[in-house]
Design a protein around this ligand. Structure first.
Ligand SMILES: Nc1ncnc2c1ncn2[C@@H]1O[C@H](COP(=O)(O)OP(=O)(O)OP(=O)(O)O)[C@@H](O)[C@H]1O
Length: 224
């Protein structure tokens, strides 16, 4: 699903965010990305989303070489990816339903087809009864789950999350990771950037460890 081969990223101001990074994430895998602040986690995810371009090396997503992909194809690439942010980026002047419907409207789905998909996504995250609620009337954990519903409403094959538990207490964080595992068990490939090492270890999944833009460890869970 994702292949990085000797990828380096240097920002225009000279910051070297990634250096000679190589790894592969197969279809259906569940993987964490950890490392200190500034290690390059967000940059890696931004390269996968085509929000940035690699300075050197090859980035492949779903068989597509992003270095050879024109900017105008970026929306198509992003349609295959669900993205979850730390601050969930919900629109507070829109209902839960409308927030979750947004990616489908942008993708050009007919309004008649949208309701079913939005309700299915809200059901998956356990918020079926909140579709008419306003984001600010929900708890932090519920808001984050709306963000997950919005990311998965188009059933993308790949789910990326950047510090999704940053604003959640340990119990809600654990629940959210459980939800990601469920989505993975239904076939989604999942890559989560997190510096919550305690929770990451507890999940017992594959962990890529970045330090100063380099891959310093690739921990594969022991077979159970
Ligand atoms: N737009 C940018 N322009 C210049 N430098 C940047 C930019 N974005 C990130 N960097 C630099 O690239 C390096 C990697 O940053 P990145 O945000 O990818 O790390 P991170 O591991 O996600 O950190 P954090 O956990 O703090 O979000 C850092 O040195 C950072 O200052």
């Amino acid at each position: 699903m994702i292949r990085f081969e000797r990828v380096s990223k240097r920002y225009p101001n000279g910051n070297q965010a990634l250096s000679e990074l190589s790894f592969e994430l197969a279809d259906g895998e569940f993987c964490f990305l950890t490392g200190h602040s500034g290690a390059g986690k967000s940059t890696l995810l931004r390269l996968v989303m085509m929000l940035e371009r690699a300075s050197r090396g090859t980035v492949e997503v779903a068989g597509r070489d992003l270095g050879r992909t024109h900017d105008r194809m970026a929306p198509r690439v992003r349609q295959g990816i669900g993205m979850i942010f730390q601050d969930h980026k919900l629109l507070n002047d829109k209902t839960v339903f409308d927030n979750v419907a947004l990616p489908l409207l942008i993708a050009g789905f007919r309004y008649a087809d949208i309701g079913k998909k939005v309700r299915a996504a809200l059901k998956k995250v356990g918020l079926a009864d909140q579709e008419q609620a306003w984001p600010l009337s929900l708890s932090g954990g519920e808001q984050q789950r709306v963000g997950v519903a919005r990311a998965i409403v188009g059933m993308p094959p790949l789910l990326l999350a950047d510090e999704p538990t940053g604003n959640l207490d340990p119990e809600l964080s654990w629940e959210l990771f459980g939800l990601f595992r469920e989505l993975n068990q239904r076939g989604m490939t999942v890559l989560i950037a997190s510096h919550d090492l305690h929770l990451v270890r507890r999940m017992g999944e594959r962990v890529l460890v970045l330090s100063d833009g380099r891959l310093v460890d690739d921990l594969v869970p022991a077979a159970s």
